[in-house]
Ligand binder design. Structure first.
Ligand code: GUN
Ligand code: ZN
Length: 468
């Protein structure tokens, strides 16, 4: 479309049933809710909605009947009747370099790291291997409706270049960084406090804020970083405001005991990160299964985000994270969902919602469809400090969305036919759905994955040429 001043604008539109959030379903009336209270009207449903997008952003969202007259001439909406359009999924914790190690049998976290993962990550010294995996990883995100992902790369700077390059080709919003680890792992994976700092700095200069790419300073976890490296990580964030920070915390009780022995002068695991100035908005701590109430309160008051990784916690037997404890009560913590590939067992945020609701049930709590979809979209964006950029169908935010198919499988179809409310359909999608239920994924208002026409995208031609 060309404006009166002669500028060319990319305008597109999508029509169909829409879901979005008016408020946080964990908080009563959007305010500070008490134990178990929730806002029953937080989820808004528009049975025939319209999303208008311009230059990558949403410019209007609402009822088709109301908005149709604002559609610029010549723009025909892609129409998805009988589907559900939601904000794209936000994966707040995953490891692209572990994609090919998913489902590796191990008895617990430390055995799994030592026997499988540290060897797998050493393969990423080969830049071509990194590029191939990064390409497959980005395709898999799109097939699963994930439009923003906070991902660990490997320790090697080339592995970060590979992921940012592949994400840029597709216009995916990837937040990643070189893993910092200067102790407690095989030599081939170790950097030093100063080389890790210099390499991260060069990567930030090269990639942070270029297109949709954002950099995350990435100390693996306290057991593999010396105090000097944790200080260097804090310095990087200080020097480059707007970068994020990702690490792991309190995933298993053995890990907590190890951190206590390595940092005896600190009061606990979270206090290590707190002491080195690593908490705050834009910091995402993966797992946090065994955080104490005081530690959760500290996350809340600093604006630190948590990534709940239910399929991973079940796979490794790490413990059961309580979303209820994290999200309700006087000190709510910004919380999203993480697939945690490769300890997690699915790229699908739908499957991840299912695991989260089963864990909640095991702890005697409720996690309904509104809670689950919130965690997988807006909640994830909040955990990353990106709620003004992604995670909701709202004018001004990035036009990233997913078109879900409630009839994707025979069983889903039968269950959806019985549904009385949109919440029933969403719950069935969460419990029974996976990549098959993702009909289409849009990035910046542009169709980036079409389940029913997978070969229509230029990026797929790489594969046809045998390069992927
Ligand atoms: N803790 C430290 N590194 C890792 C990792 O790669 N995966 C998981 N799940 N936990 C970790
Ligand atoms: Zn992880």
């Amino acid at each position: 479309m060309t404006t009166a001043s002669g500028e060319r604008r990319q305008v597109s539109a999508v029509r169909g049933p829409l879901i979005r959030f008016r408020a946080d379903p964990f908080r009563k009336g959007g305010g500070a809710g008490g134990e178990g209270e929730r806002d029953a009207d937080a989820l808004a449903y528009e049975p025939d909605g319209l999303l208008v997008c311009e230059d990558g952003r949403i410019t209007a969202v609402g009822a088709y009947e109301v908005l149709r007259e604002w559609l610029p001439a010549g723009v025909t909406p892609a129409h998805y009747p009988d589907h559900l359009i939601s904000a794209g999924f936000v994966d707040t914790h995953t490891h692209y370099a572990q994609m090919d190690s998913v489902a590796a049998f191990a008895s617990n976290l430390s055995d799994w790291l030592a026997h499988d993962i540290y060897a797998e990550e050493q393969r990423f010294t080969d830049a071509e291997h990194a590029r191939q995996v990064a390409s497959a990883f980005c395709d898999e995100l799109l097939r699963n409706g994930t439009t923003t992902a906070l991902a660990f790369a490997a320790v090697y700077p080339d592995s970060v270049d590979a992921l940012f390059e592949e994400a840029s080709k597709r216009d995916l919003r990837i937040v990643t960084g070189k893993v910092l680890m200067d102790r407690g792992a095989p030599d081939a994976l170790l950097d030093t406090a100063s080389s890790g700092y210099e390499d991260s700095k060069a990567l930030i200069e090269r990639w942070h804020g270029k297109g949709r790419n954002l950099y995350a300073v990435t100390p693996r976890f306290a057991p593999t970083s010396s105090p000097a490296q944790l200080e260097a990580a804090a310095a990087l964030r200080h020097e480059y405001p707007g970068t994020l920070l990702q690490t792991h915390v309190s995933e298993t009780t053995d890990e907590i005991a190890l951190v206590r022995s390595l940092f005896p002068e600190r009061t606990g695991y979270l206090d290590v990160y707190d002491h080195y100035g690593l908490l705050g908005p834009g910091t995402v701590l993966a797992h946090g299964v065994h955080l104490t109430p005081a530690e959760r309160e500290r996350c809340s008051e600093t604006g630190t985000g948590l990534s709940h990784c239910p399929t991973s916690n079940l796979f490794l037997g790490s413990g059961l994270f309580s979303v209820q404890d994290a999200r309700t009560g006087p000190h709510p913590v910004r919380t999203g969902l993480g697939t945690d590939i490769g300890a997690g067992t699915s790229f699908s945020l739908l499957s991840t919602m299912d695991a989260a609701q089963k864990i909640a049930k095991s702890l005697g709590h409720e996690l309904d469809a509104a809670h689950a979809f919130y965690l997988a979209t807006r909640g994830g964006a909040e955990a990353m400090g990106l709620e003004n950029t992604v995670g909701s169908l709202e004018a001004g935010l990035d036009a990233d969305f997913v078109v879900l198919d409630p009839r994707a499988t025979p069983l889903l179809s039968r269950r959806s036919a019985r549904a009385e409310r949109v919440e029933d359909v969403l719950f069935a999608l969460a419990v029974l759905g996976d990549d098959r239920a993702v009909r289409a994924t849009y990035l910046g208002g542009r169709l980036a994955h079409d389940r029913d026409a997978p070969n229509r995208f230029p990026i797929v031609s790489d594969r046809a040429e045998g390069r992927v």
